[in-house]
Design a protein around this ligand. Structure first.
Ligand code: DC
Length: 215
């Protein structure tokens, strides 16, 4: 049975979008694009160039040089790069530069894959407004900060959960208040609150929805 594609998964930082996307991708044989990693990749290039992520020119320059396959998947996960990613993501010229790449991926998943899943902030509202399946995955800021702390403290024991919570709240604000493609659920998105849901339950709820839309 064929399933609908692309699948758009949006939501705030550390809501569980990426884990859900990967699990659905493996089950459905869909290719996944973590669009936050693209903004993080741009941010890392800006920081490496010792430039300022709030500077639109430096950020566009980095976005034009972005090579998806060369993104350092470990380095982009730091809290510093996360904040810088929210800064570069404010610039319309950076968003435009990354837009075509995302739309191309959504329309042309790599050979051998049966569809595409994109996760981010504006996939259902802006990148793929016609996506047949849109999920908005969320969880309370405290739970998201706790998850991020568990993830990051494995490699950095000095991190404090309270600081991560403050950073999560600041990043939500930046993502929700920016003028272009702010973080918000599409009108036709299905909300999935993972505050009290484990990954298995979230996966089952999402799959049920996808199957119901595909049939
Ligand atoms: O999901 P993440 O934490 O990796 O995202 C990092 C930043 O990238 C986030 O703060 C905002 C930006 N972003 C965006 O503006 N649009 C997307 N589709 C994905 C991420």
């Amino acid at each position: 049975m064929s399933h609908p594609s692309p699948i758009a998964i949006d939501g705030p930082a550390a809501a569980g979008k990426g884990t859900l996307a990967k699990k659905l991708g493996a089950y459905l044989n869909y290719a996944c694009l973590d669009t936050g990693a693209l903004y993080r990749g741009v941010a890392l290039l800006v920081l490496h160039a010792q430039a300022d992520p709030t500077d639109p020119h430096a950020s566009l320059n980095a976005a034009q040089k972005l090579d998806i396959d060369a993104i350092d998947q470990t380095a982009i996960r730091s809290a510093e790069v996360g904040q810088a990613a929210a800064d570069v993501a404010v610039h319309p010229e950076v968003r435009n530069c990354i837009l075509e790449l995302q739309r191309h991926f959504a329309a042309n998943p790599p050979a051998g894959k049966d569809g595409a899943i994109l996760d981010g902030r504006d996939i259902g509202t802006f990148v793929c407004p016609d996506a047949p399946v849109k999920l908005f995955v969320t969880a309370s800021a405290e739970i998201r900060a706790h998850r991020r702390w568990l993830e990051l403290s494995a490699s950095d024991k000095t991190l404090k959960e309270a600081d991560i919570l403050a950073a999560v709240i600041a990043r939500d604000k930046k993502d929700m208040e920016r003028a272009i493609a702010p973080l918000r659920p599409a009108e036709d998105a299905h909300l999935l609150d993972t505050s009290d849901l484990g990954i298995e339950s979230a996966f089952e709820a999402a799959l049920k929805l996808i199957v119901s839309i595909g049939s």
